[in-house]
Write a protein that binds this ligand. Structure first.
Ligand code: NAP
Ligand code: HSE
Length: 424
């Protein structure tokens, strides 16, 4: 079997390392001699994280995509352009594809998978969600007996790394982000990580499989971690919570709740213990109950582990004539619930002028919109200003937004600094 690899960055180098280190094992597990025939890069003179024979490198995608001797194409470049064209061309040429590309699978997965079906080849994408954690395969195989009611995941390693270091070491956001980039966790453009887009793509992939729904990524409400400050983490801690970037998918009788945002999560919840680059995915199924998958969600070798496992699976499929197994059917008409209609507790941090009656006026504004407060605490006082942190009881998002319009107009309110949803 011959493999062509598109891309030789963090993940591509890891794939080659695994082939170098575990070659005998891979041969035993597939019964085949598996060779890497070509690797596409932009710059063949660049120094690499792995030793590769220079003769393997090419800058011409056709040397992989149009080579009849290559059976499986591994796409580890990332993004849509030119990657999607390469993947479609590989499939047209009847090559099986393994990809780690969540953006491409979330946005163009339907097109890719339907072309693969018509060409009789497999497209596997285990590494696209949660790095080294097996999650696509459990969704497609082990959990198929269940109606999945809920998925709550920490599925972006970079942001979990940043939030953990801010919480445990009191470090600054920008400094930790730089470290996550150096460790190979972040996307080529880390905006995708910190603004929540990476988690949105992954949630779209998971929700499709879990709820049997055709999801448009743009329907997923998305908020990143850039507004989370060390002070929010400290106040949340005092209230008994950790702050995590969560991807939430819930099946309700009126549709699907799909959202990615930072959330307060009780310190006793298993997801609150998922730290550093680790990811955790908490799933509720109507037969299995609750399960949680946990492991390294990014980084060279964990991600390459998922890619190489997909290659091994495809080789087995080819050998047993089981490529293109029966896929689930997907519903195009399941609505995504408007964020105004979700129900949650809310943490709200407000900077105010430190004068009598402020707390009462704020509590009244919330009360007038049906928002009842679980706690309201005055925090730091600096000069003539103070900070108020309040936690609401469960309430519909629309009521909180409406109340905040009024709160912002109160003469004593300087700024509503942050609003973070709680999740249970
Ligand atoms: P990366 O380190 O930036 O590597 C990208 C590679 O693609 C580089 O070798 C680059 O070539 C090559 N490349 C980029 N544009 C190209 C083009 N137009 N033509 C030919 N080659 C091109 O990225 P990565 O971290 O390995 O990520 C790859 C994919 O895996 C992405 O989809 C990412 O989302 C996904 N993923 C990454 C991780 C992780 O932890 N890093 C985890 C899970 C999934 P040069 O080296 O010559 O510049
Ligand atoms: N940038 C991604 C993350 C890589 O930090 O989770 C893994 O998909």
């Amino acid at each position: 079997m011959n493999i062509g690899i598109l891309g030789l960055g963090t993940v591509g180098s890891g794939v080659i390392k695994i082939f170098q280190e575990n070659n005998e094992l891979i041969k035993k597990r597939t019964g085949e001699e598996v060779s890497i025939k070509k690797v596409l890069v932009r710059d063949p003179s660049k120094s690499r994280a792995v030793k590769v024979d220079n003769k393997l490198l090419t800058t011409d995608p056709g040397e992989i995509l149009d080579d009849p001797d290559i059976d499986i194409v591994v796409e580890v470049i990332g993004g849509i352009d030119p990657t999607l064209d390469y993947v479609l061309r590989a499939i047209e040429n009847k090559k099986h594809v393994v990809t780690a590309n969540k953006e491409m699978m979330a946005k163009e997965g339907w097109r890719i998978l339907s072309l693969a079906k018509s060409r009789g080849v497999d497209v596997y994408y285990e590494a696209s969600v949660a790095g080294g954690i097996p999650i696509i395969r459990p969704m497609k195989e082990s959990l198929t007996a269940n109606r999945i009611d809920e998925i709550i995941g920490i599925i972006n390693g970079t942001t979990n790394y940043i939030l953990t270091k801010m919480a445990h070491e009191g470090r600054e956001y920008a400094d930790v982000l730089k470290e996550a980039q150096q460790l190979g966790y972040a996307e080529a453009d880390p905006t995708s990580d910190v603004e929540g887009y990476d988690a949105r793509y992954k949630l779209a992939i998971l929700a499709t499989l879990a709820f049997g729904a055709r999801i448009d990524v743009m329907d997923i409400y998305t908020e990143g971690i850039t507004k989370i400050s060390k002070i929010d983490i400290k106040y949340a801690d005092e209230l008994g919570y950790a702050i995590k970037l969560l991807a939430i998918g819930r099946q309700r009788s009126d549709g699907l709740e799909l959202r990615v945002h930072p959330a307060l999560i009780n310190k006793s919840h298993p997801l609150a213990q998922v730290n550093d680059v680790f990811n955790g995915i908490f799933i509720k199924g109507n037969a299995i109950g609750e399960i949680m998958l946990y492991g390294r969600g990014a980084g060279q070798m964990p991600t390459a582990s998922a890619v190489v496992a997909d290659i091994i699976d495809i080789i087995r499929n080819i050998k047993t004539g089981t490529v293109n197994r029966v896929e689930s059917q997907y519903d195009e008409s399941i609505p995504v619930i408007d964020m105004n209609c979700i129900v949650s507790k809310y943490y709200i941090r407000i900077r105010v002028k430190d004068r009598p009656g402020v707390m009462a006026s704020i509590a009244k504004a919330f009360g007038d919109h049906g928002v009842s407060l679980q706690s309201i605490i005055q925090k730091d006082v600096k000069g003539e200003e103070a900070e108020i942190v309040l936690l609401t009881h469960d309430i519909m998002e629309k009521c909180v937004s409406d109340a905040l319009v009024e709160v912002r107009l109160l003469p004593a309110v300087v700024k509503v600094e942050n609003i973070i949803r709680e999740i249970r």
